[in-house]
Design a binder for this molecule. Structure first.
Ligand code: GLC
Length: 697
């Protein structure tokens, strides 16, 4: 390992050109090294669910070889739905090992922005609406990545909570709200996770671009948090040479190939040459970059060898996907399905048959494979049962023949022009032509006709990466493609239909939810997602997932829309303050469709003997599996301060996932983030399903 002195000696030997070459991209995903001094280029790659495909060095063109298929992990929202810190570490470790295996030094993940609105196109890349759950899942993930001599790059710092006008929108948020809601996951990433790098966000905060905001990168990050890691701009997030040089941004990346024209390239060289900027500011950046390389054993260390596409990694993807499935509703114990009593099976819905890996923006992946729900169901039934399929709806009806979405080796990547057009307000759905509506109706009629001839119908719908995507927000939570009509019509002919929603953020379900007996929520759950869903539907796995976000009835029930602004204009005002997510519904007593932390099981659990240990900041209680099958319960601990103006608002301060065999009882000890006199501690299976309660005296 290089010590400080050795690093300073190295810097002293470097020319200005060599230094500048290290602080801006000299390829789309890499900065320059200094060969004569043994300094390697720093190589980065997206993304949160797997290592992105290989692009040519200087243009958004896939290399197109067969050696960049990877393990496609569940998205961060899915991981958050497991509430399993150990799984978060293991997923991070898979991502880190695969990044090393692909020769990357920095993986641009995880995304840890708070989900301020259900409409943000990138919610699937983030964990939760709640800062505590976000940080509790992000910290182990970061540690898992970094055990492989790979740097995590937590993003996007900070308040990047929408895609509309993402390149320029100026966020106006009270500082106390910033510190209570939006910064804590980044603080934990730095202080607890030891994140080696952070990515500056595109947007502005208080009138300054985050990538060169002295408040964010100076006052908060370097002074208050004493962060000595590397700050990398988002790709095209830098807009001013002087601000970038004089703040503690270390590396400028962008989507263009005019690398020498980047703000921290020749323009900075000129300002140093004429004495406007002192070369010492560059030395500080180089020192942090060399310290990062030292941490990654890139200078004189022995780096761990990684690997990718291993059976162990694929098993990890399956385990995480299984625990991410959320059973929202299960009347009359409709689930699990009994394989021997299915009769003729019909699977309806394009999401049963669609592969999602290669979508969503920079988190797009060239997955080695992706098991769809239809494939998972069929392989589980093994040919003894006839399984039919009807799309019921189709996302590309009436569009030009979709590009060969397999892995286009001709269409330049969308990102090449991603900085040119600022997304205006939410893109409204294009007015659908009569022929499209007719074609949709025909698909519905075909599905209904088939459903009438079948004994078991499973619907798999929801969203896809046309909606859950970088660069765009939705205009509402409505299901696209007239799925509501389809689901209602199917439930009329088949009241026992199982409804599976697959999406990266909340959708409206209130028009049919009361008619459906069994509703399952799943995510872009990775390459094994279809197997995981089938495991749950057929009872091989007892579902344990819980919603990491409030399932609103409509987006109007979300504070960003009810009190705050969304998406705002050039400026967006977070006037809802700290009442984000469930905090708002708690404060104003608004009923969600499904509450934060909700998720059912095929068994049921009872809670007894709550004891508060104020000194140890811990609660203890006994959880019992009262059913006849093994299962896992996520015991949640909430706290409200009866003396505060917000006495009705309880906040998540702890949780533990406990696995219990049928009939087994276990004492569970849970560390809580906060517990003080006059607080009321509430323990339960969701924020609304409180089982135990005690005031701290
Ligand atoms: C994108 C995204 C960021 C990604 C980067 C590199 O625009 O905002 O999350 O890591 O650019 O692709």
């Amino acid at each position: 390992m290089f010590d400080e002195e050795k690093i300073n000696t190295l810097i002293a030997e470097m020319t200005l050109d060599e230094k500048l070459n290290m602080i801006h991209g000299n390829a789309l995903f890499a900065t320059g090294g200094v060969k004569r001094l043994g300094i390697l280029p720093l190589v980065t790659s997206d993304g949160p669910m797997g290592v992105r495909l290989e692009f040519e060095a200087n243009r958004w063109m896939p290399v197109g070889n067969s050696d960049d298929y990877i393990t496609y992990l569940p998205c961060n929202s899915a991981l958050a739905a497991t509430w399993n810190r150990k799984l978060a570490f293991e997923n991070g470790s898979v991502l880190g090992e695969e990044a090393r295996g692909r020769g990357k030094d920095v993986i641009l993940a995880p995304g840890i922005n708070i989900k301020r609105t259900p409409l943000c196109g990138r919610n699937f890349e983030y964990f939760s609406e709640d800062p505590y759950l976000t940080k509790e899942m992000a910290v182990p993930f970061i540690k898992g990545v970094q055990e492989w001599d790979v740097a995590a790059c937590v993003k996007h710092f900070a308040v990047n909570n929408q895609e509309t006008q993402r390149l320029s929108v100026d966020v106006c948020v009270e500082e106390d709200v910033l510190r209570e809601i939006y910064l804590p996951p980044f603080y934990a990433a730095v202080k607890e996770g030891g994140a080696y790098t952070i990515m500056g966000a595109y947007n502005q905060l208080y009138g300054k671009h985050c990538c060169h905001s002295d408040y964010l990168l100076g006052k908060i990050l370097r002074e208050e948090w004493e962060y000595d890691g590397v700050v990398i701009s988002d790709w095209g997030g830098v807009h001013d040479t002087e601000q970038a040089a004089n703040t503690s941004l270390d590396i400028e990346m962008s989507v263009y190939d005019n690398f020498d024209e980047y703000y921290m390239a020749n323009p900075l060289k000129e300002k140093i040459a004429c004495g406007e900027i002192d070369e010492s500011v560059v030395d500080q950046k180089i020192a942090r970059i060399l310290k990062l390389m030292n941490r990654l054993n890139m200078l004189d260390g022995e780096r761990k060898a990684g690997s990718y596409n291993t059976p162990e990694h694929r098993m990890q993807a399956l385990l995480a996907a299984r625990e991410s499935v959320v059973l929202l509703k299960n009347e009359e114990k409709r689930l699990p399905l009994c394989k021997e009593k299915l009769g003729r099976v019909l699977v309806v819905g394009e999401n049963a048959n669609l592969q999602h890996a290669f979508g969503g923006g920079s988190s797009e992946l060239k997955a080695l494979y992706e098991i769809t729900p239809l494939m998972g169901i069929k392989t589980h039934l093994g040919g003894n049962t006839k399984v039919m399929y009807a799309p019921g709806y189709c996302k590309d009806i009436g569009m030009n023949a979709p590009l060969d979405e397999e892995y286009p080796d001709v269409a330049a990547n969308w990102q090449e022009t991603s900085l040119n057009a600022e997304t205006t307000e939410n893109e409204r759905e294009i007015q659908e032509s009569q022929e499209v509506l007719q074609a949709r109706k025909k698909l519905r009629e075909e599905a209904i006709a088939l459903a009438k001839t079948c004994d078991t119908v499973i619907y798999v719908g929801g969203l896809n990466h046309d909606y859950d995507t970088e660069g765009k927000d939705r205009s509402d939570m409505k299901l696209p493609y007239e799925q509501d009509i389809l689901i209602q019509e199917l439930l009329t002919v088949c009241p026992d239909m199982i409804v599976v929603m697959m999406a990266g953020s909340q959708v409206e379900m209130h028009s049919w939810i009361d008619k459906a007996k069994a509703v399952v929520w799943t995510w872009y759950a990775g390459m094994e997602g279809g197997n995981a869903l089938a495991d749950v539907l057929f009872g091989e796995i007892n579902p344990s997932g819980k919603m990491p976000d409030t399932m609103y009835r409509t987006h109007a029930d979300c504070s960003a829309h009810a009190i705050g602004e969304f998406p705002g204009g050039d400026t967006v005002h977070y006037t809802e303050g700290k009442y984000v997510g469930y905090r708002y519904l708690e404060r104003y007593d608004i009923e969600p469709l499904f509450p934060f932390g909700h998720g059912l099981s095929y068994t049921h659990f009872s809670y007894q003997n709550l004891q508060l240990d104020l000194k140890a900041n811990r609660i203890v209680c006994t959880i019992k599996n009262d059913g006849d099958i093994d299962g896992a319960e996520i015991v949640q601990v909430y706290c409200k301060n009866t003396q505060s103006a917000d006495e009705d608002v309880k906040v998540l301060v702890g949780f533990e996932k406990v696995f219990l065999k049928a009939g087994q009882a276990k004492e569970v000890r849970i560390f809580v983030e906060r517990m003080q006199r006059d607080d009321t501690i509430l323990v339960g299976a969701s924020i609304k399903d409180i089982r135990l309660c005690q005031t701290v005296c």
